[in-house]
Design a protein around this ligand. Structure first.
Ligand SMILES: [Zn+2]
Length: 78
């Protein structure tokens, strides 16, 4: 499995595409995809990069908004 990038030795992440049977493996540093056989498929498009950024930002927003004020459990209450 192409877990590591041949070019930068970085970690690749499997990205699933609905129109494709197999996931493609993304290197965020080299901005390209390889298939399961570690063969170059295509570049990571700017659109996808932006989408990814938005997703990350939304995720971070969610995490911060979900942070509830510290729940303090006093021992001996139950
Ligand atoms: Zn790479």
């Amino acid at each position: 499995m192409p877990l590591l990038c041949k070019e930068c030795n970085g970690r690749r992440f499997p990205i699933a595409f609905p129109e494709q049977r197999d996931a493609l493996w993304l290197c965020e540093k080299c901005k390209n995809f390889v298939d399961i056989k570690d063969e170059f498929v295509r570049e990571w498009t700017e659109e996808e990069i932006n989408q990814n950024k938005t997703k990350l930002e939304n995720f971070q927003k969610e995490v911060t908004s979900e942070k509830t004020p510290e729940i303090k459990r006093r021992s001996g209450v139950n």
